[in-house]
Design a protein around this ligand. Structure first.
Ligand code: FAD
Length: 515
């Protein structure tokens, strides 16, 4: 009995010591005293110091599990009232799929957005259908819900297990963007908690400056608690096509022709294959062509190949017309004739394709490895010299992961948002989706991959980083270019104490703004 009592006392001392060592005095109790429906967790905070990138880890002081937007507002307002002297910052964490600690807050408060239930997802049918969702909802759940009404969002990311707030803070780009623009072009309205703790509705008509600031705003101006997303009728099936090229110029010419006005396709992407044997598949998706024999017989002979990936949505009764249209469109392309691979899959399977690979990689322990990804937006005028330099000189043997490359039309982006883009009407998304082998010092190790990333960036080529990551103000200033002053101005309006999104490392809390 004595032993048991002694153990309990020792355990309690250990817990008390642990808490007092980890947490500055005063702050936890002031947070604990806040009148919120959700709760703060000061103990189980380690998961909030991790992200998909697996290279940055900052332990927060607390994780807030909010039950409403008002919980978030109360917390941010409390920190705002602490004034510039307090170092406390706040990071909204969506699904934690950032690459470089963007959703982390060193010794700050991380808000677990997925705890935010909001009201039930509401789908509005009619001529201009939309759905009202929580900022912490996953896109995959929005897809499931809207499909019950025969509807779906227009613009996607390749992977759907990401949150609304997380992708709208960046842009949300995938193969539909050439036609519908990114996800930030397909939002009607937002509810946002600003850096002063105010809950504000905003749209093109109401508080429009806040609306456009937040879209593509890297979480700097407010926390998205609700969003109204545009919908369209959902197809049942997708015709999924891949064709190969050996010549980059021919590949790019075909891609650009396809994204121009009257494209018959609903999705256009592409990727690069360097020295690959499994030609058509990579972790990004499992593509099973109707004619697997033909696909398996194709030999790359060590060449770098470019794969154009297309999709056409359809309903089963339209199949004859769709086949005709697709055949006619494909006949105008200049791919290697023997490399036409096709498949027909349900719409949901097509959109959720990366998740199938995720399950497989997780089972092999290959999902939670370091991901030193590099995502670039490159103006069309520079894409040929970029391809020559990168695929001809820098990445000649292997790529350590898929490389996506496809053009989009800038006219589908709204230049009032915070997203930073190249200057030209057409630009390419080029995504190096690399995985590193932990502790390796070889060509698959993180140091080597980062050195390749640096070489790719050194080329110039007028690139803008997508999902940007910089550490100095000078680098951020040059990233934003002429938009920097407007960005700083917006920050001083909506989050003047720089409480929000500390993980982006753009503004330091309590540092006065200087232009
Ligand atoms: P988090 O990583 O949790 O947060 C990202 C940033 O947004 C942080 O700064 C955070 O503070 C902020 N934030 C989060 N929630 C909110 C909110 N509610 N309000 C305000 N700020 C908030 N991107 C594409 O565009 N296209 C793709 O095809 C694509 N494919 C991907 C595939 C995979 C496998 C992965 C891992 C990522 C992919 N991404 C893609 C990148 C992805 O869009 C970003 O990493 C995104 O930020 C992740 O969303 P998240 O919900 O995990 O956000």
């Amino acid at each position: 009995m004595n032993f048991l009592r002694c153990s309990i006392v020792l355990f309690l001392i250990y817990i008390a010591l642990k808490i007092s060592l980890c947490v500055p005095p005063g702050i936890p109790s002031s947070l604990k005293a806040l009148p919120i429906a959700g709760h703060f967790d000061f103990e189980h905070v380690h998961h909030a110091a991790k992200d998909f990138g697996n290279t940055y880890s900052f332990l927060p002081l607390a994780v807030l599990h909010p039950k409403s937007a008002s919980d978030i507002a109360t917390t941010v307002k409390h920190i705002w009232h602490m004034g510039p002297g307090s170092r406390l910052t706040v990071a909204a964490r969506g699904h934690g799929h950032s690459l470089q600690g963007q959703a982390q807050a060193h010794r700050g408060v991380v808000i677990n957005m997925e705890s935010l239930p909001g009201s039930k997802m509401q789908v509005h049918t009619g001529n201009f259908p939309y759905v009202d969702v929580s900022g912490g909802d996953l896109w995959i759940n929005i897809l499931h819900e809207t499909l019950k009404h025969g509807l779906a969002p227009k613009s996607w990311t390749d992977y759907l297990h990401l949150t609304v707030g997380g992708t709208l803070s960046n842009a949300g780009i995938s193969g539909q963007a050439f036609r519908h623009g990114p996800q930030i072009s397909n939002v009607h309205q937002l509810e946002v908690v600003t850096g002063k703790g105010e809950v504000m509705r905003c749209s093109e008509k109401q508080n429009s400056d806040l609306f456009y600031s937040v879209l593509g705003g890297l979480g700097q101006f407010g926390i998205i608690t609700r969003a109204r997303i545009l919908l369209e009728p959902a197809p049942k099936m997708v015709k999924w096509i891949r064709v190969l090229y050996t010549d980059f110029a021919t590949f790019a010419r075909d891609q650009e022709r396809l994204i121009s006005v009257k494209s018959r396709f609903d999705y256009i992407e592409g990727f690069v294959m360097i020295n690959r044997t499994g030609l058509l598949n990579n972790w990004r998706s499992s593509f099973n062509p109707k004619d697997p024999v033909q696909a398996s017989q194709f030999k790359s002979d060590g060449r770098t190949l470019f794969c154009l990936e297309l999709a056409k949505y359809f309903n089963p009764e339209e199949i004859a017309v769709v086949n005709e249209e697709v055949t006619s469109s494909l006949s105008q392309l200049n791919h290697i004739p023997s490399t036409l691979f096709q498949s027909e899959v349900p719409y949901i399977e097509f959109l959720d394709r990366v998740h199938i690979s995720e399950i497989k990689l997780r089972s092999e322990g290959l999902w939670e490895v370091p991901h030193p990804w590099l995502n670039l937006l490159i103006p069309r005028s520079k894409i040929h010299s970029f391809a020559q330099q990168v695929f001809g000189n820098i990445l000649t043997n292997t790529s350590n992961g898929p490389i996506l490359i496809y053009p989009v039309n800038k006219s589908k982006w709204d230049n009032r948002t915070s997203a930073v883009l190249p200057e030209e009407d057409v630009f390419y998304l080029v995504a190096f989706l690399t995985s590193a082998v932990p502790c390796s010092r070889g060509s698959d190790g993180i140091e080597h991959i980062l050195s390749l990333n640096r070489r790719i960036l050194e080329g110039g080529f007028g690139v803008k980083q997508y999902l940007p990551h910089y550490s100095t103000k000078g680098e951020w200033r040059s990233h934003f270019g002429p938009q920097w002053e407007a960005f700083v101005q917006r920050k001083s309006t909506y989050d003047p104490l720089a409480i929000l999104a500390p993980g982006q490392r753009i503004f330091q809390k309590a540092t006065p703004f200087s232009l």
